[in-house]
Design a protein around this ligand. Structure first.
Ligand code: AMP
Ligand code: MN
Ligand code: MN
Ligand code: MN
Length: 283
């Protein structure tokens, strides 16, 4: 079962992706994905649609979400897999994170206005399908549309990141809480795209050891934003910390994502794939 085309990280219009759960499922199946998870940011509202369309496409499905966490002054993403999407504590936890996004979006827009870009709140909202989930990605799409930037990559270099207009410091969930909501709902917590954080070696060590101490059990090794060298690096971290390894494209959009669903390399050898620990949770 370990050579399985699993894609356990992707986004739909329920968060900051551009495809519906149904269209994502069809695309994943057409690309040969055998086990899929929709992992919308801080939200499980797409899970039923994703599971139903996976079943229709003949693909195994596992529930998913990607929780925003604040750790050592940075934002860290924790993917949850194989949880009960009706779990009350998980739902309340995710709701509490989403509640902070509205005021944050207003503040992002106010900063952009001062930087000479008016109308960004309304502009971003035109890309939003879930009113509780306004993200920087939606602002990025508007900044491209209005001609302020050529593409979303340029947006995240010139705006919306620390030190640039439109960056609003935000307190997301605590690591302990995010891991606790996932495991409390019967799921498995996984550190998303670890190479994307800008931690010192000591901070990264603290992230991995605290994550593990709170009950976290996996790390993304092969993911859309990792280089081949980073696969090797985080395979080493998985072994060092006794974590299972995950694989997921982090696909958001045919126009914006470099890595399509189901097209990543296999996990390096000698790792325990997360799906081997989730077998009884696969639908
Ligand atoms: P938010 O949760 O509102 O802070 O938005 C974070 C989202 O912005 C991530 O999930 C990515 O989809 C997107 N994002 C962050 N950094 C970049 C980047 N450098 N290039 C493209 N998209 C990015
Ligand atoms: Mn995203
Ligand atoms: Mn992420
Ligand atoms: Mn993601």
């Amino acid at each position: 079962m370990s050579i399985l085309n699993a894609d356990l990280h992707s986004h739909s219009v329920v968060s900051d992706g551009t495809l519906t759960p149904e269209d994502l499922a069809a695309r994943a199946a057409a690309n040969g994905v055998e086990l899929w998870s929709l992992t919308d940011h801080d939200e499980v509202a797409g899970q039923q649609r994703a599971a139903a369309s996976a079943r229709e496409a003949g693909m195994a499905y596992i529930t998913g979400t990607e929780i925003s966490v604040s750790f050592a002054g940075q934002t860290v993403h924790i993917v949850g897999l194989g949880f009960d999407p009706d779990d009350e504590a998980l739902r309340e936890g995710l709701q509490s994170i989403r509640d902070g996004r509205g005021p944050r979006a207003r503040e992002i827009a106010a900063q952009l206005e001062k930087a000479g870009i008016p109308g960004a709140y309304e502009g971003a909202l035109r890309y939003v399908r879930n009113p509780e989930l306004v993200s920087r990605t939606h602002f990025a799409r508007f900044l491209v549309e209005c001609g302020a930037c050529q593409d979303t990559g340029e947006v995240f270099r010139r705006f919306l990141v620390e030190g640039k207009p439109g960056f609003v410091p935000h307190r997301w969930a605590a690591l302990r809480d995010a891991v606790g909501w996932i495991t409390g709902a019967g799921g498995m917590a996984v550190i998303a795209h670890p190479a994307r954080y800008r931690f010192t070696p000591n901070e990264e060590y603290a992230l991995f050891s605290e994550f593990k101490a709170h009950g976290g059990s996996g790390v993304e090794v092969v993911t859309g934003s990792h280089t081949a060298a980073e696969y090797v690096q985080y395979a080493g971290m998985a072994r060092e910390f006794g974590l299972a390894a995950s694989r997921g494209s982090d696909f958001h959009s045919p126009q914006e994502s470099h890595t399509d669903l189901g097209t990543l390399p296999w996990l390096p050898g000698g790792l325990t794939p997360v799906w081997e620990l989730l077998e009884e949770r696969i639908r």
